[in-house]
Write a protein that binds this ligand. Structure first.
Ligand code: ADP
Length: 863
């Protein structure tokens, strides 16, 4: 590698003597500023060759043999306002403008905190900030010294896959005192840090806000006591604080989900799934206590995701004074229906109506004494905190932290401290103290037995999820039966490739439908089974255990009616079995089926029934939903596989893996998977692959490997969507990289293939499936109710033609956290039928982040 800089001799200013090292060279009046990409590579070469330089993270300042000052900067615009070139302003001004961000994790650890730290560091550096990690939470801030360390691009290598927090967390009593906070302020100022990003629970965020509200008083006190200089007091007049909510409890108001909660749910579901098999073998009951402090989110979600028989949560105590009897009734009914196991999930903060704690041992005694069940207690404890973060938390931590850095850069002294949240699948910024206040209000509402208010203060879908659990599980006592004339005959079929959650959706739909008095047929093998009359009545026990099963237990098939199978035969079979509502669970073929059925409805009266589609495909390409069932399971498979591949690549030294992921013509898995695993490049069908792009990637990789520590090379992965190019196959790309990499790096491939459909559906897929199933049955009822009531009023049989309106044939999908039914007529104009996807993809907003966080603009060959 050679760096050759030739200056125009006329422009050269000869200085008699070189500048001494005690001076800031960048403050010279005349500088030669050169825009370069690989600052780290330049530093390494300068160090190797003993060339003196001064380092400002985004720039290197050196002197040429004529003692001219040369600034090499990787800021795209070296003289831009946001990232002023060194020397462009006086020192004080510069220090005020160049953000020095501290990041700390505090309170209880949560998986995904590392994703936050990584993202703050990388995105912060890419924005021209200096980023410092404060180790051991507020304790590190109070103690200062080595607890506050400047981070560089490599400091956070490998962070994404590590659970907990690698910079440590602590509960710090000193920070609760003013003297402690005074020390913390002094340490921040002495390190030049003017902004703090705190990732923690409501306690940590309360502490952060107290700190900011006191800041000017703390600065005055430090100045008065001569602990800081006048200049420092003037530079650090304001402190910027941004909060990220890291907590497994999901107990923070104003955000739908907190970082770490979903990983914790993964651990709980793994444990309950394991307990399930032993319970089944011995016909036992298990009472399982889960964490969550005053919040029942983990318990309720685990209850839905594992098909538990009963859950106890603080926000909704059992309505009966004698809850023991109510619980026993449910457990007994389920046993009488044929269940061999009983699973009760109890939140650690569970209460009865009188605020008396509901304890697992008491429940155990009741089940033993009253029902004679062989009952065991399992307290999951700290296993719930640990382990590698799931895909969701890695992505959540990453995108929220990017927003946190942006909030730091946009902050002004008059703005209240923001908290970064997630609302309706959008990253949001809300006043931190409002969120903390509402969170405390939730706890107070429980204490004052205002349970409705407590529920209101939870995330918006909590109430819906509680209903999902109740109507599908405990209200199997005829209490929600519809009048006989409104009871329907429903058919369910699976279409397309298997996807995690198809069975969960079917199980919940069947259970709820039966609780409403409906009759349900399962149709084997999609429409090709339907035309052959493969209908089988599904009963309560027939779908037992389906929640946790991957694949499609009904059997699935890609046939589309009117194309692959005869439409007349479809209509005939529906008429023969007197089907009054049709529920499809599947991917784009199911969507295409909906389109075909919609076209011919006027020709076939038996198709004039409500028809719903629950999107289920790993590709997440069905219009009308943000997430299809199976895509979260698939992301988690990609994450687990990529972690293993990265480990292999790391061990082999200097190896990049090209991993092929599924997705058809949709780049969803590559983009979101790329964020979750920290891919250094992704290839997606929406962009295609072209030679200049490949050349750029080769240069980028060369730059990365050039600046690696030769003894400690990183394992690197590239994700390529299977359908991106016929020419640049996974093998071809890998061979190009191998050839071009020369002695720097080699390349291998990994094609993940069908394992991406997953074995066991992820908790999120199971929960989404259950919600969509309940809404689907409600959709059927809504669209048949009038016709059935009318027939009843004139003493007639239910008509064959139940509904014809456009709204009655729809995709039941997730719009953020809300469930919406969107008719095929509404969706078609926004559908790209050729590429089998919606014309707009919400996840494209994350695309550029993959490149920014891979260091694409930071590293590149300087050959
Ligand atoms: P979490 O952030 O998970 O809710 P804690 O409630 O234990 O955990 O808070 C973590 C830390 O935040 C505490 O150890 C303390 O250092 C700091 N903290 C909490 N509340 C305050 C407060 N009111 N004032 C100052 N610091 C606080």
């Amino acid at each position: 590698m050679i760096i050759k800089i030739v200056l125009n001799p006329k422009a050269v200013l000869h200085r008699a003597t070189p500048l001494t090292t005690d001076k800031d060279w960048a403050l010279e009046d005349r500088l030669f500023v050169l825009n370069v990409q690989n600052i780290d590579g330049i530093k390494r070469i300068f160090t190797e060759r003993g060339i003196p330089y001064q380092d400002t993270t985004t720039s290197v300042v050196t002197q040429d043999p004529n003692n001219n000052v040369i600034v090499l900067t990787h800021n795209l615009n070296p003289v831009s306002e946001q990232h002023p070139a060194p020397g462009a302003r006086n020192k004080l001004d510069q220090q005020q403008r160049r953000k020095k961000i501290g990041v700390l994790t505090s309170g209880g650890d949560a998986s995904g905190m590392n994703a936050c730290v990584r993202s703050v560091v990388l995105y912060g550096i890419s924005k021209g900030c200096d980023v410092y990690a404060v180790y051991e939470g507020y304790q590190g801030l109070v103690d200062g010294g080595d607890y506050i360390r400047k981070m560089d691009w490599r400091s956070v290598t490998g962070y994404l896959s590590i659970g907990g927090t690698s910079i440590g967390t602590a509960r710090c009593m000193a920070f609760k005192t003013r003297e402690g906070r005074l020390l913390a302020a002094q340490n921040l100022i002495k390190n030049g840090i003017d902004s703090l990003i705190v990732c923690g629970g409501d306690g940590s965020l309360t502490g952060a806000d107290v700190f900011r509200s006191e800041w000017s008083g703390l600065v005055s006190e430090l100045l008065k006591a001569d602990r800081i200089t006048k200049e420092e007091a003037s530079i650090f007049k304001h402190l910027t604080i941004v909060g990220l909510v890291g907590s497994i409890d999901n107990d923070m108001s104003s955000t739908d989900i907190t970082i770490g909660a979903v990983t914790s749910l993964h651990r709980i579901c793994e444990a309950v799934d394991s307990v399930d098999t032993t319970a089944l073998s011995h016909s036992r009951a298990f009472v399982i206590e889960v964490m969550g402090r005053h919040c029942g989110w983990l318990a309720l979600m685990a209850g839905i995701a594992t098909g538990a028989d009963f859950v106890f949560i603080p926000e909704r105590p059992p309505s009966e004074e004698d809850w023991e009897t109510a619980m026993c009734k449910v457990a007994r009914r389920h046993r009488e229906l044929g269940k061999r196991k009983t699973i009760i999930i109890v939140a650690e903060g569970a209460l009865d109506r009188n605020l008396k704690a509901i304890k697992v041992d008491h429940i155990k005694d009741i089940l033993c004494d009253r029902l004679g069940l062989d009952t065991r207690v399992t307290i999951l404890g700290h296993t719930q905190r640990g382990g590698s973060p799931c895909a969701f938390d890695r992505i959540l931590g990453t995108v929220q932290s990017v927003a946190a850095v942006d909030a730091v850069l946009a902050s002004t002294p008059d703005k209240p401290s923001p908290m970064i949240g997630m609302n309706n699948n959008q990253v949001t910024t809300k006043p931190l103290m409002d969120a903390v206040k509402l969170t405390h209000e939730g706890a107070a509402a429980i204490e004052s037995r205002n349970f409705d208010r407590a529920l209101e203060l939870r995330d918006p879908q909590f109430l819906d999820e509680l209903k999902v659990f109740n109507v599908a599980t405990i209200l199997d006592d005829n209490s929600i039966y519809l009048p006989e004339h409104q009871q329907l005959t429903i058919a369910i079929l699976h279409i397309g490739a298997p996807a995690g959650g198809m069975n969960s959706a079917t199980r919940t739909a069947v259970r709820y439908a039966l609780n409403r008095g409906h009759t349900v047929y399962g149709v084997a093998n999609g429409f090709s089974g339907l035309v052959r009359g493969c209908f089988e009545k599904l009963d309560w026990m027939g779908v037992d255990g389906w929640t946790t099963c991957g694949g499609s237990l009904l059997g699935t098939n890609r046939a589309v009616p009117g194309k692959d199978v005869d439409m007349g035969m479809v209509a005939f079979q529906l008429q023969k079995y007197e089907i009054q509502a049709l529920m499809l669970v599947g991917g784009f073929e199911a969507y295409a089926s909906l389109v075909e059925l919609d076209k011919v409805r006027s020709e076939y009266p038996s198709l004039c029934i409500p028809i719903s589609l629950i999107p289920a495909t790993v590709s997440n390409n069905v219009p009308g939903t943000d997430f299809s069932l199976g895509c979260d399971t698939s992301l988690n498979v990609i994450v687990a596989a990529s972690d293993a591949i990265v480990q292999s690549a790391q061990s082999s030294r200097r190896r990049v893996f090209v991993i092929e992921v599924q997705g058809g013509r949709s780049g969803f898995l590559a983009v979101e998977g790329g964020l979750a695993v920290g891919a250094c490049a992704i290839y997606i069908p929406e962009e295609g692959i072209h030679l200049p792009r490949l050349q750029g990637d080769v240069q980028f990789l060369k730059g990365l490997y050039d600046t690696d520590n030769p003894e400690k090379s990183e394992g690197r992965v590239i994700l390529r969507t299977e359908g991106v190019s016929n020419t640049y196959t996974t093998e071809v790309i890998s061979e190009i990289l191998e050839d071009e990499g020369g002695a720097r790096f080699d390349s291998r491939t990994a094609v993940l293939g069908h394992i991406q459909q997953g074995n066991t559906p992820s908790p999120l897929d199971r929960i989404r499936a259950s919600r969509l199933a309940i809404h689907s049955i409600e959709f059927f009822e809504k669209h048949t109710c009038d016709a059935l009531d009318h027939a009843q009023s004139i003493c007639e049989e239910a008509p064959l033609e139940l509904c014809t309106n456009d709204d009655s044939i729809a995709v039941i999908g997730l719009c953020g956290v809300e469930v919406h039914a969107r008719s095929i007529k509404e969706l078609l104009p926004g559908t790209d039928m050729k590429n089998r996807k919606a014309q707009e993809d919400w996840w494209q907003r994350d695309r550029s982040l993959v490149d920014i966080l891979s260091g694409r603009s930071y590293f590149s060959s300087i050959e």
